[in-house]
Design a protein around this ligand. Structure first.
Ligand SMILES: NC(=O)c1ccc[n+]([C@@H]2O[C@H](COP(=O)([O-])OP(=O)(O)OC[C@H]3O[C@@H](n4cnc5c(N)ncnc54)[C@H](O)[C@@H]3O)[C@@H](O)[C@H]2O)c1
Length: 344
């Protein structure tokens, strides 16, 4: 069987993870890369032996050349690229967030509906082993019904140079830009929230940054589950997405950087023999593989989906739903009111 031919658009650090994922999969090959920065383009081309290097992605919108593309460029330009590749019938794996605004997501989903090609969104937290294990535990029912779920995206941007992340013309709000990771994770585990109430402030980043740098959101999930998301692009701590899932019979504490997940259970085998009634104070440590930014697994899934071996899960609609929640949080912080989340 012929290998699936890929191009990667945007080959900076995160784009390289995609290049490596494609090379590592036995069913795919990389035939071209694109980047507007010639140094980045040539460096990656030399390292991975990729001859076809272009600075204008439109040269690659050609079904005779590629079957699929990974779009790893600034959030502000995802829409144009996604729509153009889908219109040509080329499958797209687009980085998170699908876009910064819901109207852009709508255009992409409409293009997807008309295209024979697929659109997958790179919400990579769904490939983080600790989060996968946490979802498995929740779905198994052993922590009972969910009561309260919380996650966070806390990542200090203060030392980043002038960049698309602080573009004043097309601002990237941190709730959508990075906070989409935490929002998507909670949506994946607890369903689509119905309402959002947000607060934001700016105490870390300077005037070079057009948006507030920190946010907290209270979310109302289906089945009377409460939720909270914290986002900060200035906070002084290591980047870790600490996530806590409280159920009626147990609680999970996990993140993307620890080799173990913590599970508290009200009931488990051996309880009466060993611990009597003080069970809730005993934490079980469940080892998980360490694989933050697990792009290789994401690429493997995308290729399996293209080969018909599994269903597409993180569709354009999924990516758009995450953006819808982020937009409602931002809107609430501006209006001072609880906002109903409007999905497409
Ligand atoms: N899933 C994750 O955990 C994760 C991590 C980092 C970044 N991202 C996402 O990946 C995307 C890229 O982020 P990054 O950190 O790699 O940014 P970056 O600035 O490091 O890299 C972007 C690259 O795109 C290139 N580029 C810009 N405009 C281009 C154009 N018109 N055509 C071709 N190339 C162009 C730049 O020269 C640069 O090399 C963003 O959407 C970001 O949100 C996701």
């Amino acid at each position: 069987m012929e290998k699936i031919k890929f191009a990667v658009i945007g080959v900076s650090i995160h784009g390289r993870r995609h290049v490596e994922g494609i090379i590592a999969n036995k069913n795919s090959e990389i035939v071209a890369i694109c980047d507007t920065n010639p140094d980045t383009l040539n460096e990656v081309g030399e390292i991975y032996g990729i001859e076809n290097r272009v600075s204008d992605y439109r040269e690659l919108v050609d079904k005779n050349l590629i079957d699929a593309v990974c779009i790893i460029t600034p959030d502000q330009i995802h829409r144009e690229m996604v729509v153009n590749f889908l219109n040509e019938g080329i499958h797209v794996l687009c980085e998170k967030p699908l876009a910064l605004h819901l109207d852009e997501c709508k255009a992409m989903i409409e293009a997807e509906a008309k295209s024979e090609a697929m659109l997958m969104v790179g919400q990579v937290c769904r490939k983080t082993p600790g989060f996968i294990k946490a979802k498995e535990i929740v779905d198994s029912g052993i922590i009972g019904d969910l009561v309260f779920v919380e996650s966070e995206y806390a990542h200090d941007y203060s030392h980043m140079p002038p960049h698309w992340r602080n573009d004043k013309e097309k601002p990237r709000h941190p709730v959508t830009g990075g906070g989409c990771h935490a929002v998507d994770l909670l949506r994946w585990i607890a369903g689509d929230p119905i309402e959002a109430y947000g607060y934001t402030n700016k105490k870390y980043l300077d005037d070079n940054w057009p948006c507030d740098d920190s946010a907290i959101a209270v979310l109302k999930f289906p089945n009377n589950v409460m939720g909270k998301v914290f986002v900060s692009t200035g906070c002084k701590r290591a980047y870790t997405m600490r996530t806590v899932l409280y159920g009626t019979k147990g609680t999970i504490i996990t993140d993307n950087k620890s080799p173990a997940l913590t599970l508290f259970l009200e009931e488990f085998e051996g309880k009466s023999e060993f611990f009597g009634s003080a069970m809730q104070d005993i934490a079980l440590s469940i080892p998980v593989e360490l694989a933050d930014h697990n792009v290789g697994a994401e690429i493997d899934d995308f290729i399996d989906i293209l080969m018909g071996k599994q269903e597409l899960e993180i569709t354009g609609a999924e990516g758009a739903a995450t953006v819808a929640v982020c937009e409602a949080i931002i809107k609430s912080a501006e209006s001072g009111k609880v906002e109903t989340i409007e999905y497409l």
